[in-house]
Design a protein around this ligand. Structure first.
Ligand SMILES: [Zn+2]
Length: 216
């Protein structure tokens, strides 16, 4: 899942208005923030395998530290504690940790059975990715609901708050549809695009979120 994770981050602004959208995205996407780094270091493995599922040409051979339920719960609590320290609100721990763990739940729905509970465990996955139309229907509906929730929970203070937000939403949709089924040239490209893409998107979100006021 890709834009579905951003949908959850957008929607979370309503329950965590004091936390930057950048932090909400980083939480919902923490698994995919760590994953390209761990793949680049050779700690986790992925293979290019066109047709692995209809939706993705990637075979997630092993990713127990970035994508197992146990490790994501651990990272979630740590991430939540950091957020709580930054905004001086301990209630945020549960929200931030839930966002991190939501990544596992959404990937479990979309992936074929390759999602571990803990390193070495059985692997689970409901395989939504076996159908491109079903994947698009679910993710686009989630994304629309998330964007709508964020747009209603905040108000643009200036042109940056309005247009950088709109451009971000448009860009995510373009990336999403442009990537369906097209295999990357090699794993190095997956790692570089994964790391650089996440950094750019999170900084971008931090920027336009600063130009919007939370209404709650
Ligand atoms: Zn993931």
């Amino acid at each position: 899942m890709f834009i579905g994770h951003f949908a959850v981050g957008f929607a979370a602004k309503r329950v965590a208005p004091r936390l930057s959208l950048a932090a909400l995205f980083a939480a919902a996407q923490l698994a995919d923030v760590m994953w390209p780094v761990l793949v680049g270091l050779g700690i986790e493995q992925v293979r290019i395998d066109p047709g692995n599922t209809a939706f993705t040409p990637l075979d997630f051979v092993s990713y127990p530290y970035s994508h197992s339920l146990v490790f994501l719960s651990l990272w979630g609590v740590m991430f939540g504690l950091i957020c709580a320290r930054i905004i001086h609100d301990r209630r945020i721990v549960v929200i931030a940790a839930s966002l991190v763990v939501s990544h596992w739940v959404l990937d479990w729905i979309t992936h074929r059975p390759d999602m571990p509970l803990y390193p070495g465990s059985i692997k689970l996955g409901l395989g939504l990715w076996n159908s491109i139309p079903a994947t698009i229907a679910v993710e686009v509906a989630m994304f629309a609901a998330g964007v709508w929730t964020y747009a209603r929970a905040t108000r643009a203070r200036d042109a940056s708050g309005r247009w950088a937000f709109a451009a971000f939403v448009g860009l995510l949709l373009v990336i999403y549809f442009a990537n369906i089924g097209s295999p990357p040239p090699n794993i190095t490209a997956v790692v570089i695009v994964g790391i650089a893409g996440t950094v750019v998107l999170i900084l971008w979100a931090w920027w336009f979120d600063r130009h919007r006021t939370a209404l709650i």
